[in-house]
Every structure is written in structure tokens, then in C-alpha cells.
Design a protein around this ligand. Structure first.
Ligand code: UDP
Length: 194
């Protein structure tokens, strides 16, 4: 697929709707997918920290999260179709998941936020199967979270641990999973919790 590279970060040339459809296809095919939606802060961090750049290159797709990346691509004469944000991708996936009864796992945020987000998802997207969740404040070496995800095999795992923890967590645990879509969604649980 066509990409536009900005400061070493390969951005997928796709619009928001096309991206959600692409992810839906991969879910249907049972493919393992790692998504990073990268804003300018992510690009800067990747250029300062080699480990973070490694996570970026491990991702299946990196998308342009924010107008800053879209503008940079324009200035480089390599335009991108538009923003593809973590929050919008999460909402697009929840809509499809509700229609197709996909299963999801929510990892991240404070427990109270997480519970509120879960309730709001149940109400707004009744077809979604929430097969598990865990708050985002755990010891890094605690591997029972990845283990329980690998047991319930959710179609989609939303990881809201903030940058760069969420990318690091997905990157370090990806080989544990046989299938599923893993996406870092930053503060999205807080937004959904209201
Ligand atoms: N968060 C977490 N564990 C941590 C640090 C943060 O679960 O160790 C959660 C935090 O509660 C919030 C989300 O990560 O729900 C996003 O945090 P932040 O806004 O700092 O990240 P950004 O949106 O800048 O990626």
C-alpha cells in the first residue's frame, strides 16, 4: 500500500473511512494487526528514541493523527488524503463491531474511567461483545494481562496507556497473540467515559 515517509515514519496513504474498512477486512481474515496513529509528537519522539522508532517499524500501519502531519506531507509535496486519528478509528471500529458483533478488550485508563467507558460502549454499541478489560496502572512485568487477552482472543484490543507506553506494550506483547487488532488510542477512553 502507498506510504508517505516523514522523518523516518511511514504514513499510510488512506482516508479515515477507507482505513476503518481496511481494518475490518483484516479482522474478518483473522490477521494480527498493530496500528499506530502518529501525531507530530510521536514523530519527534521516534526521532529522539531508537526504541520508539523500532515500535513504529513493527506496526502494520501508521496513520496521520492530526492536521500537523497532513500539513507536513503537503509541504513535502507528498500529500496525504487527510487525518486518520486514534479516536475516530476507535469510533469507526465500534460501529462496525456493533453491526458484526465483534469482540473487544479494553486496556488502559483509571479504573473509574474504564468502567464508565465500558457502560457507555454497551449502551451506544449494543452489538459489541466486551470480553475483558484492565485498567492502565499495572506493573510493567505483569504478564497476566497479555495472557488473558491471548486466551479470550478479542477481535479488537484498544490500548489507552498514552504515548509511548501503549506502543511499547503492544510491541512487546504482540508475539503472544495468534490474531486480533491492537491499536493505541491515547485519551479516547476518557472521551468515551464523558
Ligand atoms: N494512562 C494509563 N496508564 C499510565 C498512564 C496513562 O492507563 O501509566 C492512561 C490515562 O489514564 C489516559 C490515557 O492513558 O486515560 C492517555 O493518557 P494521556 O492523555 O497522558 O496520553 P496521550 O493522549 O497524550 O497519549
Amino acid at each position: 500500500m502507498k506510504q508517505v515517509t516523514i522523518m523516518g515514519v511511514p504514513f499510510l496513504h488512506i482516508d479515515q473511512q477507507g482505513f476503518v474498512s481496511l481494518l475490518d477486512n483484516r479482522i474478518q481474515n483473522g490477521e494480527t494487526t498493530f496500528v499506530i496513529t502518529a501525531n507530530p509528537e510521536v514523530v519527534m519522539k521516534a526521532n529522539e528514541d531508537m526504541n520508539f522508532m523500532k515500535y513504529i517499524h513493527k506496526a502494520t500501519y501508521v496513520t496521520a493523527d492530526g492536521i500537523g502531519i497532513v500539513k507536513a506531507a503537503e509541504l513535502l509535496n507528498k500529500p496525504l488524503p487527510g487525518r486518520v486519528t486514534g479516536y475516530d478509528t476507535m469510533i469507526g471500529l465500534l460501529e462496525i463491531a456493533s453491526e458484526k458483533q465483534y469482540s473487544i478488550f479494553l486496556l488502559g485508563a483509571q479504573n473509574e474511567t474504564l468502567q464508565k467507558a465500558k457502560n457507555n460502549i454497551k449502551e451506544t454499541y449494543p452489538g459489541v461483545k466486551i470480553v475483558g478489560s484492565h485498567d492502565g496502572f499495572f506493573d510493567w512485568g505483569q504478564n497476566d494481562i497479555a495472557k488473558s487477552i491471548s486466551e479470550v482472543k478479542p477481535d479488537i484490543t484498544f490500548v489507552a496507556l498514552g504515548v509511548p507506553r501503549q506502543e511499547r506494550w503492544i510491541s512487546e506483547n504482540l508475539s503472544t497473540f495468534d490474531k486480533g487488532m491492537f491499536i493505541g488510542v491515547g485519551g479516547s477512553f476518557d472521551v468515551i467515559a464523558g
